[in-house]
Design a protein around this ligand. Structure first.
Ligand code: SF4
Length: 355
């Protein structure tokens, strides 16, 4: 069952409560380069990114947010560290959210100014605790950046905002290893009802980071923890979005495009199934319809899976049987299988859109 969390609004995207778990990412461009940043944001949005964050290391970047916000198709979050003036400029630029740890920006009056400006604009703040940058005092007391230390850090930041009457908050607790991250989120989830932004930080390259993220975020989401997610990969951020969606789809928390089923092949397979499966997945990736597509190698499990799917093929000797909603459509030679599946998929899209 999903953890009960308070609902906040980030631009036109709701987070927490019964809102769907949203997928977000972060630009890898220099924020000051408005053209490159907007180009990347458009690619991210096309891939299904629902919230995007930009780093704000200096005043020039904070100023650039205004032009980015004007063209940005999805809610924009400014990532601020230490400097409250950058937060104020970002807010003036019209950002929809801030990522900022109030304990890191110094005197109380500075925090008050930022919180007041956020409250006036209904802009939520994400408290983002990262195991790599915990407060010195906590590190000394806990010995290491443990899950408990991360939670204590988050609660400290939360208290600062709550003392100022501000509760438009979401929280993240990221470490680069799964056990600590999952433990930290579980601990915090039991203590507060703020929505949680989940992620495994610095997870690694696309291959290793995808596995780490799927395991870590999968464990949390399966327990009902997590209201929005970011997969962190050393690579094109578009991959972060794709992986985020696949994680949510695999747990049946969200729907977007086809769900693929394909067998691993074995000695019974008599067609080049791997090429067919890869081609079908590539060509149907952006299909605007949620359907199950099964690509199976032989008659052992093939017909069963292919029949259960909206579309499927079960391989035979140099050919395959094409199924649609459980009915045999026709036999198709191996070299035409991918084309035939893709064609049938688009027919389903047309039928769905014509009602
Ligand atoms: Fe092997 Fe057939 Fe199963 Fe594929 S469906 S793994 S080819 S037995």
């Amino acid at each position: 069952m999903r953890r009960v969390s308070r609902r906040i609004q980030l631009g036109n995207v709701a987070i927490g409560g019964d809102a769907p778990v949203s997928v977000q990412s972060m630009c890898s461009t220099s924020t000051s380069d408005v053209t490159a940043t907007l180009e990347q944001i458009r690619r991210l949005a096309e891939a299904g990114c629902e919230i995007v964050r930009c780093a704000v290391p200096d005043e020039q970047a904070a100023q650039a947010l205004s032009a980015i916000r004007a063209e940005c198709p999805i809610p924009l979050v400014a990532d601020i560290h230490f400097d409250y003036r950058l937060a104020l400029t970002a807010l003036q630029s019209g950002v929809d959210g801030l990522r900022l740890n109030p304990g890191n920006i110094g005197e109380r009056w500075k925090v008050e100014e930022v919180v007041k400006a956020c409250a006036e604009r209904h802009v939520p703040i994400r408290i983002g605790v990262n195991a790599g940058s915990l407060e010195k005092e906590l590190l000394e007391r806990h010995g290491h950046p443990t899950a408990a230390a991360m939670v204590e850090s988050a609660l400290g930041h939360i208290r600062i905002l709550e003392d100022l009457g501000y509760q438009d908050i979401k929280v993240s607790l990221k470490a680069s290893d799964i056990r600590r991250t999952v433990e930290a989120y579980r601990l915090l989830a039991a203590q507060v009802d703020y929505p949680l932004h989940i992620g495994i930080t610095e997870a690694g390259t696309t291959w290793a980071g995808t596995i780490k993220s799927a395991v870590g975020l999968g464990a949390l989401l399966y327990d009902g923890i997590g209201d929005t997610l970011r997969v962190s990969l050393t690579g094109d951020p578009v991959e972060e979005v794709r992986v985020g969606w696949e994680i949510l789809k695999s747990l049946e928390l969200r729907e977007r495009g086809p769900v693929f089923v394909s067998c691993p092949t074995c000695g019974r397979c008599q067609i080049d199934l791997i090429s067919v499966a890869e081609e079908v997945e590539k060509r149907l990736h952006d299909l605007p319809l949620t359907i199950t597509v099964a690509v199976m190698g032989c008659v052992v499990n093939g017909p069963g899976e292919a029949r259960e799917a909206d579309l499927g093929i079960a391989g035979g000797k140099g050919q395959g049987i094409l199924f649609r909603h459980g009915e045999v459509v026709r036999k198709v030679p191996q070299e035409e299988l991918a084309d035939a599946l893709v064609e049938e998929a688009w027919k389903l899209v047309e039928e769905a859109s014509s009602g």
